[in-house]
Ligand binder design. Structure first.
Ligand SMILES: [Zn+2]
Length: 402
């Protein structure tokens, strides 16, 4: 029986996905639904990995390295549902737009990119095409980190289905959550002389952090690395005890190639130079961690670090995608970085696999209560996908055989 790979059928699948909430760590139902669709489309292999990401393989002709195609299963919370003009889980279609949580980030693109990959089951691509829809992307990308550990070595190129509005996206800044902790000596608040209150170091520490932030490097394409202090805590939390620790949390947007070790090294060196030995206080820095549990029951303390990445805009993979889109649509797509972070930080930034983004949807609707996907432009991207996949995979093959 021939597969029904019409755009309308893919959108019906997307609507099913929107109706299934899938907060990070709670993707079980959605994963099962995606798996059923991959089986229904008769992907050659379909599996769910240890962390719960759903994968499907289209076997190719064995001439090119595997192409990885990825969206994520999780979606952010809807916030105040009453603020939405459309029920976030109704998947309404109105005036040519698909509405709801996940419509553009990322269930609409997930459905389309999956159906587009299924075209290869009819025509057989030069190499395998693997769709990998990951868990926990919105919490830093443990799902993709795991996928890359398992199958990264066979991947020649990756396409991420995060919203690009039909442009070709080539990277993004990463994000590090850094904790700066000042340790002093606790004591009864009635006898401050017997304690060392770490709050007293803040008038020197905060301006030093600001000067450090002001001097952070820039990248022509990605823009500036930035730091925003987002939280101050004292421990223990008691109003009549002098705390022994003050904890500052920094949201640090980092450039491609920055690693946690390098970032902390730079910050430590600066703080030592600026504040010197801060006796009787000690200043420690570290990457924040979060206990994460997958719906399959795996748990780990995950560093709150999402790597950045950046592809040259004249990289052969980028050139191939741009040419394929231009030939199909008659419009030469812009190449640019995303504003937000994606699982591409793991495929390219960590795994070194050439990676780009190509998908429908406008970034400005992501994580908002007006999330929506325009169907006409989504159809144009859907029509271009098979050509883009083929062109990128061929470019990966040429890179390998060079
Ligand atoms: Zn997303």
């Amino acid at each position: 029986m021939a597969r029904d790979l019409r755009f309308e059928t893919a959108i019906a699948f997307a609507r099913d996905l929107i109706r299934l909430p899938s907060l990070p760590g709670q993707e079980a139902q959605l994963a099962a639904r995606v798996r059923t669709e991959l089986e229904h489309l008769r992907f050659d292999d379909v599996w769910i990995d240890e962390l719960g990401s759903v994968l499907g393989r289209v076997r190719g002709r064995g001439q090119a390295p595997s192409l990885l195609i990825s969206c994520h299963l999780d979606a952010v919370d809807v916030g105040d549902a009453a603020a939405w003009a459309h029920d976030p889980f109704a998947a309404d279609i109105e005036d040519g737009w698909l509405h709801g949580r996940g419509s553009m980030d990322i269930k609409g693109p997930l459905a389309l990119i999956t159906y587009a990959a299924a075209h290869g089951l009819e025509s057989r691509p030069a190499g395998d095409v693997i769709v990998a829809h990951t868990v926990l992307e919105e919490r830093g990308g443990w799902g993709m980190a795991h996928v890359m550990e398992r199958i990264g070595s066979e991947i020649g190129a990756a396409i991420i289905g995060e919203a690009t509005a039909g442009d070709v996206c080539t990277g993004h800044r990463g994000r590090a959550e850094v904790v700066v902790e000042v340790v002093g000596k606790a004591g009864h608040a009635s006898a401050p002389d017997r304690a060392h209150n770490p709050i007293e170091l803040l008038p020197r520490l905060v301006p030093a952090l600001q000067r450090f932030a002001d001097a952070l490097p820039s990248d022509v394409a990605l823009g500036r690395s930035t730091i925003a202090p987002t939280m101050i805590e004292t421990l223990p939390r008691s109003r009549n005890v002098i705390p022994d620790r003050v904890r500052l949390t920094l949201d640090w947007r980092v450039l491609a190639g920055d690693t946690p070790v390098q970032l902390l090294d730079r910050l430590d060196t600066y703080l030592v130079a600026e504040i010197g030995p801060a006796a009787p206080f000690e200043v420690h820095t570290r990457i924040g961690v979060e206990r994460q549990t997958t719906y399959t029951g795996e748990a780990a303390d995950r560093p709150l670090f999402t790597p950045g990445f950046l592809m040259r805009s004249d990289h052969p993979i980028v050139d191939a995608a741009v040419a394929a889109v231009a030939a199909r649509t008659g419009r030469r797509p812009a190449t640019r970085p995303w504003t937000f972070a994606t699982d591409g930080g793991y495929t390219c930034g960590v795994g070194g696999v050439p990676t780009l983004g190509f998908a429908p949807g406008e970034e400005r609707f992501a994580h908002t209560d007006t999330e929506r996907l325009e169907l006409a432009s989504a159809r144009a991207v859907y029509d271009a996908y098979p050509d883009v996949f083929g062109a990128v995979q061929n470019a990966a093959r040429a890179l390998r055989d060079r």
